[in-house]
Design a protein around this ligand. Structure first.
Ligand code: M6R
Length: 594
């Protein structure tokens, strides 16, 4: 969470930083701030407030040239979102300005051990870092002061630092939180992710944990904490600028829902050679020699993981467990003798997964990351990675990464199985069927207007449909704020049915022949208690009166289809309530704190 951008060079720092912050706003949008050097008057200025980058832009002075600066967009962890807690923060004597993404676990101890007599303006952990750097820089060089501070910090941080006594130099360092250096022709950008670099630089360096960089002009030197220069790789940015723009769509979420057929087709083109699945040999071997797969993920990726489990078990016969990353990191179950860990993460930066991966690696186990960002931390740190090829996903509510996950999981499971059905053809059918649903979006909008008028809602289903319900309900609740639960249809009557009132919306997902009758009885149970029910079904199991009937596809792939109307339901429910669809309250796209 939180996005940081820094710039030093010959161009306008303010414009580059504000544009970068706008692109990083999906990482957090409680408040935004920028600190700039006024190259005319030789002063440092700070602008920050609650709210979005557009507001920050409106309070920033554009009248002077500035060639160096740092900026931040915040997702609050320590202290309420308000002006004082917004970044940049300053040291006690205002010598240092810093922006931070991460969480310092020992900031209270550091305050009492080193800064007992200092006065703090904010409630943040970040301000402590600025005070420490200033304190140490009274006794040593800035380079040494920052590294000494790093050696004391416990937790995660990506920091950009400006020293008001030296307007020619910018500093940055990181541990656990992502940080990149973009190398442009006329200057250098520091950024939390590639988005802020696109269009400015084509080359970048992903900084390693516990590294520190000193930048002046176009020169940079990377050190470790003890001050030894570090080797680094320069990589090429391969994101297309047009992929990170909304284009003709009102929202990124709508664009990304509509992109799903082409995402499935891209995945087919990447993982098939004619009709044969082409899996990397090493990955195939790692998967097939393991006696049990452990899928570890969070949020939407976790919901994809549950369906991945069904695919691995039913298609390939490999026992598979699915774990919530934040639980797994600190409470591992008894493991099998030859496990393989699959980390599923759209962003590849989720801190809960990273914590789990660190533990898994420490125990010497092998790991595979499924991610949409091949340059991400989880892709780099796992033994293997498999790319989702969904293209940049900007809306906080994940849509195309979920369907991409399911398609890639299907390919992996198939690649390990003795199945002989035509997978390529089945996935192509799925892409066409998604298009058929997209064509009905206006009808879905009218259903939403009529039926989703209450404060709460349930999705119910059984088996793989239940797992689809988990994702459907996450989508609805996170952007429309309707309290929604995804429930195993048969379990509702064991307590939760008490919440059903006159008019409570209950949406059933029914795509599986062996459980369709049971789910329909559960639907009748809630209907007879006043629920306003409706059904998303597939043609083979549909009944007269079902509101949304989808094409039949290979049974295990039905969640790739049933989620599409649910995504539209969430979208229209939020749209008609007037909410900010792409940036729902309290959330951030990339959850880089535990
Ligand atoms: O980047 P990741 O897939 O690791 O992110 C995991 C969750 O934070 C993410 O899926 C979240 O639940 C989305 N907001 C869901 O739409």
């Amino acid at each position: 969470m939180c996005g940081i951008v820094g710039y030093i060079g010959k161009e306008g720092a303010r414009e580059i930083i504000l544009r970068g912050l706008t692109r990083l706003e999906y990482r957090g949008y409680d408040s935004a701030g920028i600190a700039l050097f006024n190259n005319e008057e030789k002063t440092f200025n700070i602008y920050k407030d609650m709210g979005r980058v557009a507001h920050l832009e409106s309070i920033t002075d554009f009248s002077y040239p500035s060639k160096i600066g740092i900026g931040h967009t915040r997702w609050a962890t320590h202290g309420r979102p308000n002006q004082v807690n917004s970044h940049p923060h300053q040291s006690g004597n205002h010598r240092f300005f810093i922006v931070h993404n991460g969480v310092i676990d020992n900031y209270k101890e550091l305050k009492s051990d080193y800064l007992e007599f200092n006065t703090f303006d904010s409630d943040t952990d970040t301000e402590v870092i600025a005070h420490l750097i200033e304190k140490f820089s009274n006794e040593m060089s800035v380079n040494e002061a920052i590294r000494k501070t790093m050696s004391l910090l416990e937790g995660s941080y990506a920091l950009a630092i400006m020293d008001t006594e030296n307007s020619e130099q910018l500093y940055a360092c990181k541990n656990k939180s992502p940080l990149l250096i973009g190398i442009g022709e006329n200057g250098i950008i520091i950024s939390s992710d590639l988005m802020a670099l696109v269009g400015y630089s084509t080359k970048y360096i992903p900084l390693q944990d516990k590294s520190f960089v000193e930048i002046s002009g176009n020169q940079y030197v990377i050190y470790d904490v003890i001050g030894k220069q570090m080797e680094h790789d320069i990589k090429t940015i391969d994101i297309d600028y047009f992929n990170i723009e909304k284009g003709e769509y009102a929202h990124f979420m709508l664009k990304e829902i509509n992109e799903q057929p082409s995402v499935i087709r891209t995945i087919i083109s990447k993982y098939f050679d004619e009709d044969k699945v082409t899996l990397n040999g090493e990955i195939k071997k790692a998967l097939s020699v393991s006696d049990r797969l452990y899928i570890v993920a969070a949020g939407t990726s976790l919901n994809a993981g549950y369906i991945g489990k069904e695919m691995f078990e039913k298609m390939a016969g490999i026992p598979t467990e699915v774990h919530i990353a934040s639980e797994f990191a600190y409470n591992m179950p008894i493991l099998s003798s030859n496990p393989l860990f699959i980390f599923i993460s759209q962003s590849g930066e989720t801190a809960d997964l990273r914590a789990a991966l660190v533990n898994v690696k420490a125990k010497g186990y092998r790991s595979l990351t499924l991610t949409n960002v091949k340059t991400s931390t989880l892709a780099r740190e796992a033994d293997y990675y498999v790319e989702l090829h969904a293209g940049p996903e900007i809306a906080v509510a994940s849509t195309k990464a979920y369907t991409a996950n399911l398609a890639v999981l299907a390919i992996l499971a198939y690649g390990l199985s003795n199945q002989s059905f035509d997978l390529r053809n089945e996935l192509s059918k799925v892409a066409i069927s998604i298009e058929n649903i997209i064509d009905k979006h206006e009808y879905i909008e009218s259903l939403v207007k009529e039926s989703l008028t209450k404060r709460n809602c349930f999705y119910i289903g059984r088996g793989i449909d239940y797992y689809a319900c988990l994702e459907a309900s996450l989508k609805l609740k996170e952007i429309s704020y309707i309290q929604t639960e995804g429930f195993a249809a048969g379990e509702l009557k064991h307590g939760t049915i008490a919440l059903i009132e006159e008019g409570t919306p209950v949406i059933a997902i029914i795509s599986q022949r062996k459980t369709s009758k049971n789910t329909r009885s559960n639907l009748n149970e809630v209907k007879s208690r006043g629920a306003n029910t409706f059904v998303i079904s597939t043609r083979g199991v549909h009944e007269h009166g079902d509101q949304i009937v989808l094409d039949d596809v290979y049974e295990l792939f039905s969640p790739i289809l049933t989620i599409i109307p649910a995504q539209f339901i969430a979208y229209y429910a939020a749209l008609h309530r007037g909410y900010d669809i792409d940036k729902p309250r309290n959330l951030a796209k990339s959850v880089t704190v535990e």
